[in-house]
Design a protein around this ligand. Structure first.
Ligand SMILES: N[C@@H](CCC[C@H](N)C(=O)O)C(=O)O
Length: 293
């Protein structure tokens, strides 16, 4: 039976999402429906779908509430192919703007909001410069898998980084190599990570550091969505990888240029170890109704 899906289209540096609200968690979409919504020819089109659900209506949400009772909303994130992901760095900024715009939530005193995700609770704040997300702790995923990408001459070693979701970051020689990589094809990772990975290809700017800020360019092939114009968690992983490769003295502030714009990444000491923050724009583009089978 067909039903009407009321949605809002949003984007952050060109990473685009279809958002809808299901406060009581009664109307989840199937993976097939999500793929249909994200289809750019037959659906709305998007890199992912984000469902706004009250945390107390989901098992994953209960874990978020146990971590922080203020995390009353849960970001239920799905990739364009209908697979689930733990976290989305651009999506959570757009999700926050959506909650505020719909009057579903308000910023807490101090100007921030706690959001439940499958990777744990993330705190988002808003200022004149856009939205900032404390992405929490990060870790090296271990190993240096080899990555083969179409039109990149030889396999390159990657660095596995987990920022709540899995990433493999690969350094390329220069902008020509970055432009030539054909990311319409999924890069092959050897050994294959157990849950797959988003793959970021990075090139340092010349000079790498300007006014204390590290600068890199990046393209990404997202797990479950293909090449996208931006990936927030990917930008965080890329900045962490380049800082790791650069060694002692490398900065903690980074500017990551992606095909869809620029995001900022900052590493800082938190109460439980080093955290990393992501900043960037978040826009709502249009509202609509889609009839779904
Ligand atoms: N575009 C997102 C990441 C979305 C999830 C990713 N494709 C995955 O499967 O982990 C971002 O901005 O972080």
């Amino acid at each position: 039976m067909a039903f009407d899906l009321r949605f809002t289209k949003g984007q952050g540096t060109g990473n685009d999402f279809v958002l809808f609200s299901d406060p009581d968690g009664e109307n989840p979409l199937s993976p097939h429906q999500i793929a249909a919504v994200c289809d750019r020819h037959f659906g709305v089109g998007g890199d992912g779908v984000i469902r706004a659900v009250r945390s107390d209506c989901l098992d994953d949400g209960a874990a978020a509430l146990a971590e922080d009772p203020h995390a009353t909303w849960f970001m239920d994130y799905w990739n364009a192919d209908g697979s689930v992901s733990e976290m989305c760095g651009n999506g959570i900024r757009v999700f926050t703007r959506y909650l505020l715009d719909q009057g579903l939530a308000e910023l807490h005193p101090g100007g921030s909001i706690a959001i439940g995700t499958r990777a744990g609770v993330r705190r988002v704040s808003h200022s004149a410069d856009g939205f900032q997300v404390d992405m929490g702790l990060w870790r090296l995923a271990g190993g240096e898998p080899l990555v083969r990408a179409k039109e990149v001459p030889v396999p390159r070693p990657g660095l596995g980084i987990d920022v709540g979701n899995p990433h493999v970051v690969v350094a390329l020689a220069d902008d020509d190599e970055l432009a030539a990589a054909d990311l319409a094809y999924e890069p092959l990772i050897d050994p294959v990570p157990p849950a797959g990975a988003n793959v970021e290809f990075v090139v340092p700017a010349e000079p790498l550091v300007e006014d204390g800020v590290g600068r890199i360019r990046m393209r990404v092939h997202e797990r479950g969505s293909g090449e996208t114009l931006s990936c927030g968690t990917g930008a965080v992983a890329a900045a962490l990888a380049v800082r790791y490769w650069a060694g002692a003295g490398a900065p903690n502030d980074w500017r990551v240029q992606v095909p869809g714009g620029v995001v900022g990444v900052r590493m800082f000491e938190g109460p439980d170890g080093e955290h990393v923050a992501l900043s960037g724009p978040a826009e709502l583009v249009f509202d609509g109704v889609l009839s779904l089978a």
